[in-house]
Design a binder for this molecule. Structure first.
Ligand code: ATP
Length: 591
């Protein structure tokens, strides 16, 4: 297959923001791809070579890409540099340069998918002293033979920012449509959720049809997309929703970890499917010594503790464990315990389709508690009074609230989904609702006065999984301390874009724009209807969106969450509708 076919598909995808149209463009394309090539084509469409959980990442530094563009074009470096300053997007620079360059490459070969993949894999795998030069050479060689359009997407691929807007859910829709199994869309999504590997799902569908996809199950060594909780703001509502009786557990405030235990090794994955094994060697050891079976996947929260008093410490402390260097010191200085709360596989059994109580029993029967490994504190309740007592005890123990879990027959582990089988209830939810949101930075404003030379405020957004778009929800200027303000420019540098991201729907202006990547926890006093923000647009009357009023940064950077895992538009609308406070902003007119 020629790379040109991929590039022109990406170009068509980029020129539309309609999810339906994207689905149909992709479906038409997938129908033409050989089964043997579909897996790689799907990864490439997301700007990757591998499923999310594989550690190797393509990401080449901007400067190196620029060097390859210069080398391939033989144009002046200063000219290409100026173009970059103007365009902001290396893909656009490469495209312009390719269109302008003197046609010296008479012997250029059309780019095949195979050749592109071979070079990209070598770029990804390049190691050692000359790895930079090698990467530049490999990209230069591709750019030398690439058309302007191909150049755009080759450069975008190596930056890791494709900007074609093909979210996983759109790709799954397109696969269902391409292979004529729209009615089995749920099975395709489950296969993706249990394997976290959209390429494997695509290949299996192309080779073996829907039966192949149904055969994809939970495997040790392949992270499962996490089940997530809904929220309600009173214990009465929670009990009613869960049929008058439910399990309550402490909601620990740390890092969620999915542990894959086999006879040879223990691997830990984050909610973003990153490999965290090296960051928690103590947890690995606790799991290894406490497990009595052959193989398992279990989930828990790693929480920082004060070893002297035994008290649980604030979430921020565990961030020290996410560093790349000095792990030995971090393990010594920031001890953690793991509180296990679920079991997704036990030996040969896929536990995700079993009810909650069976999963909990499997956990307790196959692992032994130790100093560093405990089961989440659990109580079965059937009255509000009991539930309130349990909630108080959770706060006293240093937890942020409780998780209420359904005990119904159908209380399966809903991979990759947020639903009411789990309901979270935090101390913030009581009294005057002061809820927290996880919002994505999409823009910034130049600081003035005391913040001169820094960012003064940030433009924040929620995510809409239906459309794959981000939507603005507030301008955030409070809650920042000096250290954080100083850190921000560095944190955001790699995500700069020349204008609003293609994935952003905005009516706001900003001085600086960023691709959605960094998630901050924000408290707000109220959610109101706004003509300037776009959050939950499409779910509200035309021209209006939702805004978080009086937003304040809590100090928590949610680096355990990807931008797509931020608070979503529907959640925000639900919170808005559930808001108890009356408002002076017209927010009382509930939709
Ligand atoms: P939050 O921002 O409130 O932590 P979240 O958006 O990260 O929530 P949710 O699904 O809304 O994720 O809340 C569930 C999270 O709570 C889990 O991802 C997990 O990290 C954490 N947690 C702590 N204790 C438990 C428990 N006993 N059972 C399940 N999850 C727990």
């Amino acid at each position: 297959m020629l790379y040109e076919e991929l590039a022109s598909t990406y170009d068509r995808l980029e020129s539309t923001s309609s999810r339906l149209e994207m689905t149909s463009i992709l479906a038409d394309f997938f129908r033409q791809v050989e089964a043997s090539e579909l897996r790689q084509v799907v990864y490439l469409t997301q700007g990757k070579l591998n499923p999310d959980h594989v550690t190797e990442k393509l990401g080449m530094a901007d400067k190196m890409i620029l060097k390859a563009i210069v080398d391939a074009s033989r144009l002046q470096e200063s000219y290409v540099n100026d173009l970059w300053m103007k365009e902001g997007d290396l893909g656009a620079v490469a495209e312009k340069v390719a269109a302008e360059r003197v046609q010296t490459n008479l012997f250029s070969q059309p780019l095949t998918l195979d050749r592109v993949l071979t070079n990209l894999r070598s770029i990804e795998g390049a190691e050692g002293k000359n790895s930079q030069t090698k990467r530049i050479r490999l990209l230069t060689s591709l750019l030398h033979d690439a058309s302007p359009l191909e150049s755009r997407y080759l450069c975008r691929t190596v930056t890791g920012r494709m900007r074609v807007g093909a979210a996983s859910m759109t790709i799954l829709d397109a696969l269902a449509s391409a292979f004529g199994v729209k009615e089995d869309r749920q099975d395709i999504e489950r296969a993706f959720n249990v394997s976290s590997d959209i390429g494997a799902v695509a290949e299996s569908l192309a080779r073996d049809g829907i039966e192949g996809v149904r055969g994809i199950d939970v495997q040790v060594g392949r992270p499962v997309r996490s089940m997530l909780a809904e929220r309600l703001s009173s214990m009465e509502e929670i009990l009613t929703k869960l049929g008058g009786r439910c399990a309550l557990e402490y909601k620990y405030d740390g890092i969620r970890v999915q542990a894959h235990i086999s006879e040879d090794e223990v691997k830990l994955y984050s909610r973003r499917l990153e490999d965290l094994t090296a960051n928690f060697p103590d947890v690995v050891e606790s799991l290894r010594s406490s497990f009595k079976g052959q193989a398992a996947i279990v989930e828990g929260e790693c929480v920082p503790v004060d070893l002297k008093t035994g008290r649980l410490l604030p979430f921020q402390e565990v961030a020290h464990r996410r560093r790349k260097f000095g792990m030995e010191e971090a393990v010594r200085d920031y001890p953690v315990k793991i509180f296990l709360f679920d079991c997704l596989r036990m030996d040969e059994a896929d536990m995700t389709l079993r009810p909650f109580s069976e999963r909990r029993t499997a956990l307790e029967e196959n692992l032994e508690e130790s100093e560093g490994l405990l089961f989440s504190r659990l109580e079965i309740v059937d009255s509000v009074a009991e539930a309130e007592d349990f909630f108080e005890s959770a706060l006293v123990a240093g937890c942020e609230g409780i998780m209420a879990k359904s005990l119904a027959e159908n209380s399966v582990y809903r991979t990759g989904n947020r639903g009411f089988l789990w309901i979270k209830y935090k101390k913030d939810y009581r009294g005057d609702l002061n809820d927290s949101f996880d919002l994505v930075i999409v823009g910034a404003y130049t600081g003035k006065g005391k913040r001169k030379g820094l960012y003064g405020a940030l433009l924040m957004a929620v995510h809409d999984p239906e459309t794959g778009m981000f939507q603005t929800v507030c301008k955030l200027g409070s809650g920042f301390d000096d250290a954080f303000l100083a850190e921000l420019p560095g944190m955001l540098e790699g995500h700069r874009s020349s204008g609003p991201s293609d994935l952003l729907s905005t009516r706001m202006e900003a001085d600086h724009w960023f691709e959605p990547a960094i998630v901050l926890e924000v408290m707000g006093a109220e959610i109101s209807v706004s003509p300037t923000h776009t959050a939950a647009e499409g779910l509200l009357p035309e021209g209006s969106g939702l805004a978080v009023r009086f937003p304040r940064f809590t100090g928590k950077v949610r680096d355990d969450k990807s931008a797509e895992q931020a608070t979503n538009a529907t959640e925000l609308l639900t919170m808005y509708r559930g808001q108890t406070s009356t408002s002076d902003s017209g927010a009382s007119a509930k939709f």
